[in-house]
Write a protein that binds this ligand. Structure first.
Ligand code: URA
Length: 247
């Protein structure tokens, strides 16, 4: 049972700032289980109490989970003085404490989980559980030699050897001299995929994340669009966490 103050409950759900909601409460605009409550410090059970503000129910969301198809040109941060951020694209949120799980470069598209569930984020990014798949269009003809190098763990520079990765070549465009590939990696170092292709003398022209853990990009989301995760998607992410923890 989670109990929190009434003013915090309303402020968390973005009804107003903490001082504004205190004012609303004192003015009698807030009811708890049908009765007007005028004290901001009244404790609310977030699971069983019913809170109304101006007669409209205000449900409490401890955690929120969104799948964003990140567009190019937006940074994977919560705040930035110059650039538009991924959390700004989520306009229907209740919580103010949302953040992206892991970073995609400004010019990378695709799956980004946005949540305020710090424990889940930590698990998904932990070295033992980290798994992400990308689609990319890269320069040149990628073949078996590169597949083997990726599988063996690429030496990127004196300080970084990539963990073994699964590289699949999807097609080669002779006219453009580009390859379409899919790659699955188990870590998320800065510019990881771009650096891996540089290490084999290629260059990433377009990069899109397709999946992270059990979560797969919903292809019906256009770049910039998002939706809440389904209960099943949330459950699957959490189950992976439990299975691996115990296993
Ligand atoms: N690897 C990269 O190089 N960039 C990304 O945005 C993600 C993975």
């Amino acid at each position: 049972m989670a109990k929190i103050r009434l003013d915090k409950y309303l402020a968390d759900m973005q009804i107003g700032t903490r001082s504004a909601v205190k004012e609303y409460i004192r003015k009698g605009r807030v009811r708890v289980n049908e009765a007007v409550v005028k004290s901001p410090e009244q404790k609310i059970d977030t699971e069983t109490d019913t809170v109304l503000y101006d007669d409209k129910p205000v449900g409490y969301h401890t955690y929120e989970y969104f799948m964003l198809n990140k567009p190019q040109g937006v940074v994977s941060a919560t705040q930035d003085t110059k650039e538009k951020t991924v959390t700004e694209l989520i306009t229907e949120k209740n919580r103010k404490d949302l953040f992206p799980v892991g970073r995609l470069d400004k010019d990378t598209e695709g799956l980004l989980l946005i949540t305020n569930d710090g424990a889940l984020s930590h698990e998904l990014l932990s070295p033992k559980k980290h798994v992400e798949t990308y689609f990319a269009e890269v320069m040149g003809k990628i073949g078996q030699a590169e597949v083997i190098k990726f599988k063996e763990g690429l030496v990127i520079d004196t300080e970084f050897t990539a963990l073994p990765a699964v590289l699949e070549v999807l097609s080669f465009d002779e006219a453009k001299n580009t390859s379409r590939i899919r790659v699955t990696i188990h870590e998320g170092k800065f510019h990881q995929v771009k650096r891996m292709f540089e290490a084999v003398g290629s260059e990433v022209l377009y990069l899109k994340r397709l999946s992270m853990g059990t979560l797969v990009l919903d292809e019906s989301l256009a770049p910039g669009a998002y939706r809440r995760l389904t209960e099943q998607e949330i459950q699957m992410l959490k189950e992976t966490r439990n299975i691996k923890k115990n296993g």
